[in-house]
Design a protein around this ligand. Structure first.
Ligand code: ZN
Length: 337
């Protein structure tokens, strides 16, 4: 097994700068206006320009960076891994500016639309209702309410049309083909891309080197099991050659897929063991959030991730019949069986 390593060391391009990863693949490290301070975009040489993987969130600095980058890298296509605003955010603006069409999976495109337009339970009020059932306190609920629709703020315009990508599709970009590998648990139908010719995986948010991917339960699917979906999806990456160079959306390129997958599996097992231990006494998602994340979470953005993931661990254990849910006064409590 390859040991986990960063083949390019500690070096990263400055924000907004483009660096060559290997010939015909450029790394654009795009800054973000929130805690997760950057997202990696990849520019891949195409037959008559460049295809980008992901676009960055909508804000003036992101647009200004693209204005400069486009002078050297004319876009032919925008290929987007998933619906979160740091990935799809500037796709509408880029399409208007360059005409480059959007490629996305159906699950991601439609859920982006639903969240932007607050359709059904893909809405802030539905999320607040879910978190209230799971015991979140009034102060944090108020902060989330006040934050409003972060999806629309980060992605005000989505292209009206898209080209659909499906599991196993082989996308030709320049001289190479990239296979679409769908993944679940982080978003609705996340697309990663594997180039067998070059042993390169563009992993999006599904496989990150230094932070664990957020696996949230969403209000539109309150009994979903995203932790199981995520762990199952990781098995697809395990099958790739261990020498594969992984280009993640956050952090630095790395080698050592299997060691990283092992680590993530152990990480979630440890968290499940902790939740099981805590559930000797009745717990809510909110009451396990602090011990699970080992810090107090007051920032609304982080709170949304943490609550969604706390519920995901409870759903995972409940669906294995290891804990039971008891409703009391409209609040869900969980107890070990
Ligand atoms: Zn994401």
């Amino acid at each position: 097994m390859e040991s986990f390593r960063y083949p390019f060391g500690k070096s990263t391009p400055d924000f907004g700068q483009v660096a060559t990863v290997i010939p015909s693949i450029q790394w654009l490290r795009m800054p973000l206006p929130f805690v997760l301070n950057h997202v990696n975009l990849w520019l891949i040489e195409d037959s008559d320009g460049w295809s980008c993987i992901d676009t960055g969130v909508t804000w003036d600095r992101g647009k200004a960076i693209w204005e400069t980058v486009l002078e050297t890298y004319p876009l032919t296509r925008q290929i987007v891994t998933h619906c979160h605003p740091d990935h799809v955010g500037l796709s509408g603006w880029l399409q208007q500016k360059t005409g480059a069409p959007l490629w996305m999976t159906q699950g991601e495109y439609l859920s982006a639309l639903a969240h932007i337009n607050q359709t059904g339970n893909c809405s802030i009020p539905a999320m607040l209702a879910l978190f209230k059932h799971h015991g979140l306190d009034d102060t944090r609920l108020a902060a989330l309410r006040q934050r409003g629709n972060a999806m629309k703020a980060g992605c005000p315009v989505l292209p009206d049309t898209y080209h659909v990508m499906r599991e196993g599709d082989q996308i030709a970009i320049g001289r190479h083909r990239w296979e679409v590998i769908t993944g679940f648990g982080h978003a609705y139908e996340h697309a990663a891309f594997y180039c067998a010719d070059r042993h390169i995986l563009i992993s999006g948010d599904m496989l990150l080197p230094s932070i664990s991917t957020n696996v949230p339960v969403a209000a539109c699917c309150p009994d979903g099991n995203p932790l199981k979906d995520f762990l199952d999806s990781l098995q697809k990456f395990r099958k790739l050659p261990d020498s594969t160079l992984v280009l993640p959306s956050h952090g630095r390129p790395f080698i050592g897929i299997r060691e990283r997958v092992d680590f993530l599996e152990q990480h979630h097992k440890n968290r499940c063991d902790l939740v099981l231990d805590l559930c000797r006494q009745p717990q809510t998602a909110y009451s396990i959030m602090l011990p699970l994340f080992e810090r107090d979470i007051t920032d609304a953005h982080q709170c949304q991730f943490a609550m969604g993931e706390a519920i995901a661990h409870l759903n995972y254990l409940e669906q294995q019949s290891l804990i039971v849910r008891i409703e009391e006064g409209g609040i869900f409590h969980y107890l070990r069986k």
